[in-house]
Design a protein around this ligand. Structure first.
Ligand code: ZN
Length: 168
């Protein structure tokens, strides 16, 4: 699968390998591996951010370092850091927020796992080519200075997966 960035053309390796490998000889074609760098955070849906924040501060013995509203998703978030790991607590800001719908259906609990990527657009293209269902066609601004895109749980083994790229 090919992707263009500026005037350079990239071949994005997918598993199984894509069939444009044969084009190795093309001058400005660069082969790159795309990886999910690490789990960036785990998102937890909560009814009451204040109460859940108090609970997680006690549980993890650390303080919330940031709270932020994400209007496009109709959520209020709070972040805690524990060692190298981040927990994102999410409270719905309206009844039609995806978080409100999730809690209505499943109750409070783990909502999504977010993976950090270097190039969210290229990673979205790679996953799309493999048949994963993405919840948006383009990356959206998310909390904590990130561009984000979600992968539908139906195409990801029942887990809502979030791709996040730091806004540089
Ligand atoms: Zn998240």
């Amino acid at each position: 699968m090919r992707a263009k960035r500026g005037n350079r053309e990239f071949c994005i390796f997918a598993l199984p390998p894509c069939d444009c490998h044969a084009s190795l000889a093309i001058d400005n074609l660069v082969f790159i591996y795309l990886v999910m760098n690490k789990i960036e955070h785990i998102g937890i849906a909560v009814r009451d951010l204040k109460a859940a924040g108090d609970l997680y501060e006690q549980l993890l013995n650390t303080k919330i370092y940031k709270t932020e509203e994400v209007a496009t998703e109709s959520v209020k978030t709070a972040f805690l850091q524990t060692g190298p790991n981040k927990i994102e607590l999410l409270e719905a800001l309206s009844a039609d927020s995806p978080i409100a719908k999730f809690i209505d259906k499943k109750g409070e609990g783990i909502h999504h796992i977010a993976f950090e990527v270097d190039d969210i657009k290229a990673e979205m293209a790679r996953l799309k080519a493999l048949g994963f269902v993405l919840l948006s066609d383009a990356p959206k601004p998310g909390a904590d200075n990130k561009l984000v895109c979600f992968v539908h749980p139906k195409s990801a083994g029942g887990v809502l997966v979030e791709l996040v790229q730091e806004i540089r």
